[in-house]
Design a protein around this ligand. Structure first.
Ligand code: S3P
Length: 447
């Protein structure tokens, strides 16, 4: 039965995902385990590589993005075992010991790989590095990390006034710096903190709103000295600490759980339990937004695993209502806005999403992508310069839509299709494997 509802088909070297709910509608049931957190997976590989001794990682995300990180750090001398979810072993080479790679470092589709890594490269004196990525990454802004690194004394070249990859980096002994970032970005914050690791003295980053704090937690666990001032959203790192390999347990990714939270909320008669989800306070904006929308979500079995809060999440269908999502909640749900737009299309009233211009420079322009594709399906969406205005209640119908090769767009559209009449075909749906390799299999399991 379920295999008729969710099918895939090769199409011109990419994959179509075809979703055809029965005319009686679907109800989603089951227990789901989502893959490991993408942000924590990257950081565990990177810190493992630069620490002294052995790091073991349990629950690593096997998506394309962490694979890019592993490949880059292997090319710079770290020994990283074959990637699997049970136990990855990283033999760290010690702080300051990244070797000059003989080839270009390729971050693939991963902004986190490139932006975090460049903080380390820029602070390795006398070594030369070149870094690039895929089509999408080569059009994303890098001056947000290049400029503050230059203020610390870094030497970096790139296209369009050093803004676009490929980038060339000549490592230098950097100077400590207090960076007031104009954007709340964990990638920017983490890049500067990683550069600060190698820099004598204290390096501080202040951000306008708190972004995810996985770097801070993991750096402290590996032995770095950090001062955190919550009142001003500032973090200070003291340079040249002794970093020691750790055992990292990666929780399930709340950004992947978000697809099932919205699916369970919008598809009548559904009840899903998503186990082992990371519920770090800097990531749970999605839970707060769905709660404002009257979603029925309960946190069960809350616990702390290796320094990160974890819970099981139970979602039941409910009648959603519109809300406004803006301001300091935005960095805490930045990756969940595409799927929140889907929830809004099924909510009563007009949902307003503002202060989210950052979405225009993600793996795709996510505001434009969601406005265009949801409109094709019959939703009432107005694109704002920094957000979306979505009036729910229009019944959606299946259409041919596109992922823009963006994993979160592919999966968000698949969730919309579950509560839609007719057939939805999502082109280039293989993009989901960037952060969620088993997405289609799980979809087949719950329908
Ligand atoms: C990430 C930070 C966020 C997020 C990305 C992962 C991280 O990006 O969108 O998927 O792991 O630090 P920004 O820092 O650019 O907001």
């Amino acid at each position: 039965m379920s295999s008729d509802i969710i099918t895939t088909q090769e199409n011109n070297q990419s994959q179509d995902l075809i979703i055809q709910p029965p005319s009686s509608g679907l109800s989603l049931q089951g227990k789901i385990t989502v893959p490991g957190d993408k942000s924590i997976s990257h950081r565990s590989l990177m810190l493992g590589a630069i620490a002294k001794g052995e790091t073991t990682i349990e629950g690593l995300l096997l998506g394309e993005d962490p694979r890019s990180t592993a490949k880059c750090f292997r090319a710079m001398g770290a020994e990283i075992s074959e990637l699997n979810t049970e136990r990855v072993v990283v033999q760290g080479i010690g702080l300051g010991n990244l070797q000059e790679p003989r080839d270009v470092l390729d971050a693939g589709n991963s902004g986190t790989t490139l932006r975090l890594m460049i903080g380390l490269l820029a602070s390795h004196p006398d070594r030369f590095f070149t870094v690039t990525g895929d089509n999408s990454l080569r059009s994303r802004p890098m001056s947000r990390v290049v400029k503050p690194l230059q203020k610390m004394g870094a030497t970096i070249w790139g296209r369009e006034n050093n803004n676009l990859a490929p980038l060339a980096v000549k490592g230098q002994k950097l100077k400590p710096f207090h960076y007031h970032s104009p954007i709340a970005s964990a990638q920017v914050k983490s890049c500067i903190l990683l550069a600060g690791l190698m820099t004598e003295g204290k390096t501080t980053v202040t951000e306008p709103a708190l972004s995810r704090d996985h770097s801070e937690r993991m750096l402290q666990a590996f032995g770095a000295e950090l001062e955190i001032d919550a009142a001003t959203n500032s973090v200070t790192i003291t340079g040249q600490p002794e970093l020691t390999g750790q055992h990292v347990i990666v929780p399930g990714d709340i950004s992947s759980a978000a697809f099932w939270l919205v699916a369970g909320a919008i598809v009548p008669g559904s009840e899903l339990v998503i186990t082992n989800v990371g519920v770090n306070p800097t990531r749970i904006g999605i839970l707060e937004a769905l709660e404002m929308m009257n979603a029925d979500i309960t946190k069960e079995n809350e616990r702390i695993v290796a320094g990160e809060p974890v819970a099981d999440l139970r979602v039941k269908h409910s009648k959603l209502r519109a809300c406004t999502i803006a301001g300091s909640i935005i960095p805490r749900l930045i990756d969940e806005i595409p799927v929140l737009a889907v929830a809004a299309a099924f909510a009563e009233g007009t949902t307003i999403i503002k202060d989210a211009a950052e979405l225009r420079v993600k793996e795709s322009d996510r505001l434009s992508a969601m406005a265009t594709e949801l409109t094709k399906m019959g939703a009432k969406v107005t694109e704002l310069s920094d957000g979306l205005e979505i009036t729910g209640g229009n019944a959606l119908t299946g259409q041919e839509v596109d992922s823009y090769t963006d994993h979160r767009i592919a999966m968000s559209l698949a969730i919309a299709a579950l509560a839609t009449s007719g057939i939805t075909t999502i082109h280039r749906a293989e993009a989901a494997s960037i952060s969620y390799p088993n997405f289609v299999a799980t979809l087949q399991q719950v329908v």
